[in-house]
Design a protein around this ligand. Structure first.
Ligand code: SF4
Length: 357
């Protein structure tokens, strides 16, 4: 399907008019027609990757309160940033956020580049984020395609090729529709339409500004779009966590994970590697940080990462101080655990240990 220039103009106008009346009020947004603070736009876009608007709101406010400008964030300790990020997941983003703030502060005097190409050179900014920030913060003629926009465009054109194969076609169609006038508002309008009207299961086509032109609606297949290619089942991995208590004062051992790799740089209850389900127990036990008499706690801790499910068994022991003090890591009280950047899976392990110990 193809739209004429006149039809495109009409689609653009109706979408922007709808946005002027029905846009969502979000903490990082400016009013339609005004340019927002690029630091706010960038911060929100990084936080919103893989996370919902509702979840991000309080984090966004907390970050701005603590680090009101990109220069403040650049001067922050990485540990504080990781700690502030707890609960948002995907910690590599937090590390890149901090790196990016430093580059903007040190090499650009605190001013974000205002083009897609310039933004792409910054750490942690991929093609989507560069495009979104260029459009929203600088009103550049750019067409970001997030999950919401993907849905709206695939329905408007009734694109039946499944994701992810259909992505290039969606990008091309979306770019061809993007107006030169207010491209930032237009991108946000599509995001809002996808979030509030063109929703995954029950699109409210009756109140959609594009209903007259929407091929997906006309052919009755809109709710099934975009189609998704069937995913391979996620494998399950297993591992041990070692809950080690110092006898004299009841403190618990935590340690920092290596900088590189999953949950890099965050704190953990010491553990074995997470391995295939067939791995013999003695292999994982040989990865205990110390030889000790372990008692296995009841049940396991389950957690799902992007590429695998994890089941962790918790082994507990108590060590006399002279033995404990030879170990690498930090000994903390239970209350003190809150001061360490523990990812969600580790918090679950702590809860489990405190419940079953
Ligand atoms: Fe989505 Fe329906 Fe609007 Fe088409 S008419 S864009 S399916 S809400």
């Amino acid at each position: 399907m193809h739209f004429t220039n006149q039809e495109i103009h009409r689609l653009n106008r109706s979408m922007l008019e709808w946005y002027d009346r029905h846009h969502r009020t979000l903490p990082w947004r400016s009013e339609p027609g005004d340019l927002p603070n690029p630091y706010h736009v960038w911060l929100s876009e990084i936080m919103l990757q893989q996370t919902t608007v509702q979840t991000v709101g309080p984090y966004f406010h907390a970050f701005l309160q603590r680090w009101p400008t990109v220069k403040d964030l650049a001067r922050a300790e990485l540990d504080d940033v990781l700690h502030g990020w707890q609960g948002l997941g995907y910690y590599a983003r937090a590390r890149n956020l901090h790196k990016c703030a430093k580059v903007v502060a040190d090499e650009h005097d605190g001013i974000f580049p205002d083009t897609e190409e310039g933004l792409l050179k910054l750490p942690g900014i991929g093609p989507y984020t560069a495009c979104a920030v260029a459009a929203i913060a600088f009103n550049r003629h750019a067409s970001p395609v997030d999950g919401n926009i993907e849905r709206v465009i695939s329905r408007l054109f009734a694109l039946e090729t499944p994701l992810p194969d259909v992505k290039p076609e969606i990008k091309e169609k979306s770019s061809a529709l993007t107006p030169s006038d207010r491209p930032g508002d237009y991108a946000q309008a599509l995001m809002d339409l996808g979030a509030t009207i063109c929703t995954p299961r029950n699109p409210a086509c009756g109140i959609c500004p594009w209903q007259a032109d929407c091929e997906g609606r006309k052919s009755g297949i809109a709710p099934d779009l975009p189609k998704k290619r069937k995913k391979a089942a996620k494998p399950t991995r297993v591992g041990y966590a070692f809950w080690i208590r110092r006898e004299d004062d009841g403190r618990i051992l935590v340690r920092r994970r290596p900088e590189k790799g999953l949950l890099g740089g965050l704190y953990e209850v010491p553990g074995s590697d997470w391995r295939a389900i067939e791995t013999p127990d003695d292999v994982m036990l040989s990865e205990a940080p110390i030889t000790a008499k372990w008692s296995e706690l009841e049940g396991t801790v389950g957690h799902t990462f992007t590429h695998f499910h994890l089941n962790v068994s918790v082994l507990a022991t108590t060590l006399p101080a002279d033995q404990a003090d030879q170990m690498d890591g930090s000994w903390t009280t239970i209350d003190g655990l809150a001061d360490f950047a523990l990812p969600t899976v580790m918090k679950k392990i702590v809860r489990h240990a405190l419940t079953y110990r």
